[in-house]
Design a protein around this ligand. Sequence first.
Ligand SMILES: [Zn+2]
Ligand SMILES: [Zn+2]
Length: 139
Amino acid sequence: MSITGHCLCGNVTYSADVEPIMVAICHCDHCQRQSGAPFSLNVAIDRSALKLEGDSLKTYETKGGDADNTRERIFCSNCGSPLVSILAEADDMAFIKAGTLDDTSTLAPELEVYTDNAHPWFHAADGEERGLFPAGLPT
Ligand SMILES: [Zn+2]
Ligand SMILES: [Zn+2]
């Protein structure tokens, strides 16, 4: 499949012609902080297939937090969007931040990792029901 995406300002674009290896929700502390979101959704692909372009690409390296290994966190230094993470222990893969994809309609998250660090309210408790409102707040 053809994967394309871009950062918020559009300076950085990427593309790959591959099938995703996995689609994973990550609850680790660094993904939460980098994304500013309660979790990050990552699409792992063969790193060699990824074409990343843009003069504002920057890499911030992290170590520690919930993971023992180094992560290269590639982002756009113009708008701040996180785009791709490279994990030292699996550096043949690129983990694309799914929120930057042009088309997320076919994504099906298969696994969640670092669930020990998930926000306690992320999963509904047993027996708890949550209202789902497809078009915003209820009226
Ligand atoms: Zn940008
Ligand atoms: Zn993470």
